[in-house]
Design a protein. Structure first.
Length: 266
């Protein structure tokens, strides 16, 4: 029997993590979401009695402390695996290149605010809030979802100069994971930065603009992976990610790996 907590669990990859983990009825799955009444996660939880939906906003440290406290009452004060999946971006600025960042202090802070608040600051607060539970768990694993878009070779080979704030936040996660590993290794805690691949998490019909953007990205990604045909589905991504998490040990702790368990990001 294992226990898992997943942030950003109301949609996309987070919800798929919950679904696949809950399929094993011996698991206890904690879905950390801002809105527990969200139809997507509440409906999923109604189908799996081993799923517990907990209110927790990763941009609010107090909220995360309360979420960890609630989690402790469900799991008996312990947790095996924490997956920090939360992430947010501003679609309006995703296409910006570095030279388009304005000469304005407030505007620049706002440019980076969403991904830094959810992925980086939220990653720190989530990890620290749930750490006492992880220390009492059996597996003692902490996973931060990163991205191949933070890989320097990928940026150089593809020529992708946009998605600046998103990529900077994910690169920060990779360093954060290494720092946590250096601190927590003596306690037997393993930490990993994990890229899920290029995943189709879009819900609903895609606009012509989105389809065009994906076609541009595909051509750029093919500079790294010539055989790439397109995005993978959340089911495949999460299935492979869980295999990597299962293999996480002291040797791989602190690394930045793909859903394939290596540096093959696509």
């Amino acid at each position: 029997m294992s226990s898992y907590a997943i942030t950003g669990a109301s949609k996309g990859l987070g919800r798929e993590f919950v679904r696949q983990l809950a399929a094993d009825t011996t698991n206890t799955v904690l879905a950390i979401v801002r809105n527990p009444e969200s139809p997507d996660i509440s409906e999923l939880a109604s189908n799996y009695p081993n799923v517990h939906v907990i209110k927790g906003d990763v941009t609010d440290p107090k909220s995360l402390v309360e979420a960890a406290s609630t989690a402790a009452t469900i799991t008996g004060g312990k947790l095996d695996v924490l997956i920090h999946n939360s992430n947010a971006v501003d679609p309006a600025t995703m296409s910006f290149n570095p030279t388009q960042i304005p000469f304005d202090a407030q505007a620049t802070r706002e440019f980076f605010d969403l991904p830094l608040s959810t992925a980086v600051y939220g990653g720190i607060w989530t990890t620290n809030a749930f750490l006492p539970l992880i220390e009492k768990g059996t597996q003692k694993k902490i996973v931060h979802m990163s991205s191949g878009m933070a890989d320097l070779d990928v940026i150089k080979k593809t020529g992708i100069s946009y998605a600046v704030a998103y990529s900077v936040a994910k690169a920060s996660i990779n360093v954060l994971v290494a720092k946590y590993t250096a601190e927590l290794a003596p306690r037997g805690i393993k930490v990993l930065a994990l890229s899920p691949g290029w995943v189709n998490t879009w819900e609903g019909e895609k606009s012509p603009q989105v389809l065009q953007a994906e076609e541009v990205m595909l051509k750029q990604f093919q500079a790294v992976e010539p055989e790439l045909k397109g995005q993978i589905q959340p089911e495949e991504s999460v299935r492979k990610c869980l295999q990597v998490i299962k293999r996480l040990d002291a040797e791989t702790s602190g690394l930045f790996l793909s859903h394939n368990g290596d540096k093959k990001w696509l």
